[in-house]
Design a binder for this molecule. Sequence first.
Ligand code: ADP
Length: 281
Amino acid sequence: QAPLGLHLRAVALNATHVAVEAADVTEAHRLARVRRDFVANVSHELKTPIGALQLLAEALLDATQLPDSAPEAQSEDLLAARRFAERIHHESARMGRLVSELLELTRLQGAEPLPNPEPVSLDWVIAEVLDRTRTTSSAKNIEVTYSGPKGLMAYGSDSQFATAVTNLVENAIAYSGPDTKVELTVRQNDDWIEIDVADQGIGISPQDVDRIFERFYRADQARSRATGGTGLGLAIVKHIATNHGGRVDVTSALGDGSTFTLRLPARPPESPSPSPTAIEI
Ligand code: ADP
């Protein structure tokens, strides 16, 4: 058996080790917060100049608007100026989306569990999502259908739920061909509300499936960029789900469409256990 002195030294060393580890964790948390604050500040600061760029590009588009009646009056220079203005408008809109999604993701990453989750009507969420995605779906002649019982409730933030489902439906539209269908199904499964978003699109390969929820990960860089997405949509969905104690999963096969399932709590979080005097015997 080890002498007592040696034993005590080992205990002291272990304690130091634990203290050093605890300090490391605190430092890691501090660094993570500094990084989040930095991204949030930069994103916030970028919003103003990007907004200005968009307005200026719009003014330029108006100024280079040509009368249909006199196409022969359209000089090469004016046509080029209009093309550039369109490009600036398009790119600055994309930059604007990137900055607001980055800001949203940073906020979600720093979020504590919601203090007072509110009951949220799924009927409202679905109506909101259908409304927000109507223009993009009809541009590709994609029908977005909905099935599920009325009156279901989830507990949490209404705006975050609407954002999460909108992101999934926007992706379903972006990664599907024209004249296809996107099916939204909502059901209650014990303590969970499950929302399926199923598409008939390009699908996701097994090696990409586990990574698509990472920030900026894209299964097909070129194609994904062409859709105008930011590469942050699914990371936002994942954070919204986990911040509510839920999750998001996907089943997919390349060329065979994808089904994303978002699980949200159907019950308010456990209230603190009652004090002994309040227990009925
Ligand atoms: P993006 O802005 O690129 O769409 P997301 O975070 O929303 O970023 O998605 C990450 C990647 O996951 C996409 O680039 C795409 O490769 C893949 N993906 C997402 N949704 C779908 C879908 N419904 N069908 C096929 N691929 C998808």
